[in-house]
Design a protein around this ligand. Sequence first.
Ligand code: TYD
Length: 137
Amino acid sequence: MVDFNWIEFQELGDSRGSLVSIEVGNQKQVPFEVKRLYYIYRTEEGVSRGYHAHKNLKQIAFAIHGNCDMVLDDGINRQTVRLDDPTKGILIENMVWREMHNFSSDCVLLVLASEHYDEGDYIRDYQRFIEHCAGKG
Ligand code: TYD
């Protein structure tokens, strides 16, 4: 099994609808300092994304609308998780290869990240990722 965690956020909904609040800066809900957030939306039908790992980046990803599948691969095990709940984010640690597939057309994927964007932190080649996991990277 790939080592990942679900982070559950409380739904503060009432008769008017739903609300989720994410506090940053106090590490109460998010176990790292959030330096960046981004969202992925209007993904075209049949398109897959990701296909990379990060050397030093923690992220929490949620489908805040719609759904998609996320493949997580730690160099030994590979597992697919479904993102379809705006209150449940998946915490992805360093050195996990991820791919996103099967986006619903209405999917909005929100990602909280522990570092600013740095292309040098990406490993975009699967073979290199495997070598890195084996300590040759
Ligand atoms: P990329 O991380 O490759 O997308 P995905 O993993 O979802 O397939 O990012 C796509 C492009 O956007 C790439 O040119 C880098 C750029 N980008 C930023 O400039 N800042 C960011 O925070 C992110 C996530 C991507």
